[in-house]
Write a protein that binds this ligand. Sequence first.
Ligand code: 5GP
Length: 180
Amino acid sequence: MNADRIDLLGRPFVPLISEAEILGRLAVYAAELNGRYADEPPVLVPVLSGAFRVFAELARLLTVPYAVDFVKLSSYGKGTEGGSLLLQLPLSQSVEGRQVIVVEDIVDTGRTSDYLHAYLRDRGAARVELYSLLFKPDRFAGQHPPTAYGFAIPPAFVVGFGLDYAEAGRWLRGIYALAE
Ligand code: 5GP
């Protein structure tokens, strides 16, 4: 792993998970989905903006004829403090009777996960699963933990592989944690 410490908007971040580790976990998850959903194509619901990189990798690896419908939620506003939850982009197609897989970058307190489960159930989804690349079990206080996740991480603020710090750092190929 690249051991370099990097600065984003004047704050220091250090490597936590390498790109190779991330891609390895996503390959295992994609293979599992290819097996489980071969006869029952799911609707993937990536949560913008953070999940774009996770979704891109899954999309490259999936062989089942999935549908896709993005939603956008804002939770963190401009920094590392939790703001109010706002549905900025709703679903654009029906999920009635469908198997839905929400694709997330990270599950922290679980507020977003609980919101999306209720939202998708209200719209008649037959089943809602949630895959998150990252999960902070020590911070989680919701009703719906991820159905599956790539890595459990400590309660640090992280960036990279799609995750941002005030829109900085989404491009980073691995996951970096705030080191202060
Ligand atoms: P939750 O609703 O589970 O508390 O938080 C989910 C959302 O908060 C994520 O989709 C993400 O936007 C944001 N979030 C939570 N923890 C982090 C973090 O460590 N880094 C970044 N960049 N965003 C986070």
